[in-house]
Design a protein around this ligand. Structure first.
Ligand code: PDD
Length: 277
């Protein structure tokens, strides 16, 4: 696989970043994951808008120009022959002596790679997935797409050990989001999802999906919902750049609705895929 590091495309075995990089020492960096369908980047512009915001919130510079970063994405897709999958990219605050405060005049580090993945014909979209709930233990700036993902790793591991696919994090009884996805329930024909704030990541897939749903007069309520409400929902689903819309059929061992992918969820997945292609 060909990866990208600081302006160079190299075989992954040859990719080098210093262990003094602040990404490695402090998780001081941000990232984006952009889907690829038919060799084309999906929702690229909003991913870069979010990157711009994440960098700004952390007073970090862009690693290159916006045009160059687009070229990095497209070149990686081309060189690795990716038809379906994702491009992962991260920007960290660069290599410096270990000191908590920001170093001066240190260039940021850019690292990007591709992963081939069956996104459209995902068997999980047919069967739906099981999830568990875990306590929300992350920091208070979850709106920044930080590479500090230890809480999410712990949550995902807990899910895996319970035989589930994803974990929803719960704070004061209310669902925030999945460890790597946005969270939704459907009740009486209304799609319910938490409003944007510092408590969750502003999902790019969420933004596109809500716009598509609104166009089709599908009712949406952006409000907090509890894990108890989720247990009693008619449908539940998650969204992310790497899963699009994925039905959830079981939460903490309790069947959601009929325990099969719901009607609205299935329609939303179809709607999203049509627009992404
Ligand atoms: N995760 N919430 C969290 C905490 C996430 O990490 C993600 C994405 C999302 C969905 O955002 P989007 O629709 O923009 O992908 C919500 C990526 C895919 C990851 O970490 O691999």
């Amino acid at each position: 696989r060909i990866v990208h590091v600081n302006g160079s495309f190299v075989p992954e075995e040859e990719a080098r970043v210093s262990p003094f990089d602040r990404g490695y020492l402090f998780a001081d960096g941000v990232y984006e994951v952009t889907a690829v369908i038919d060799g084309k980047l999906v929702d690229y512009a909003p991913h870069m808008e979010r990157l711009d915001r994440s960098l700004g919130e952390l007073q970090m510079d862009w690693p290159c120009t916006k045009d160059e970063l687009r070229e990095v994405h497209e070149e990686l897709v081309r060189q690795n022959g990716i038809e379906e999958g994702v491009v992962y990219m991260q920007v960290t605050r660069g290599v410096a002596e270990r000191e908590f405060s920001f170093p001066e005049n240190t260039p940021t580090t850019l690292f990007a790679f591709t992963q081939e993945k069956a996104l459209i014909d995902n068997p999980k979209a047919e069967t739906g997935v099981e999830i568990v709930s875990v306590p929300e233990i992350r920091w208070q700036r979850r709106d920044i797409k930080s590479i500090a993902l230890l809480a999410q790793c712990l949550g995902k591991q807990q899910a895996k050990e319970a035989g589930a696919y994803e974990a929803w994090m719960v704070e004061d009884g209310m669902v925030t989001e999945g460890t790597s996805s946005s969270a939704y329930i459907v009740k009486d024909g209304v799609v319910i999802t938490r409003p944007l704030s510092n408590s969750i990541l502003p999902g790019v897939t969420r933004r596109t999906l809500l716009a598509l749903a609104a166009e089709r007069q599908i009712r949406i309520e952006e409000r907090l919902f509890s894990i108890d409400e989720a247990y009693k929902a008619d449908e539940a689903f998650m969204t992310s750049a790497s899963s699009f819309v994925l039905p959830i059929v079981e939460i903490d061992g309790r069947k959601v609705g009929a325990g099969a992918p719901g009607e609205i969820t299935t329609a939303l997945r179809r709607l999203y895929l049509e627009s992404a292609r």
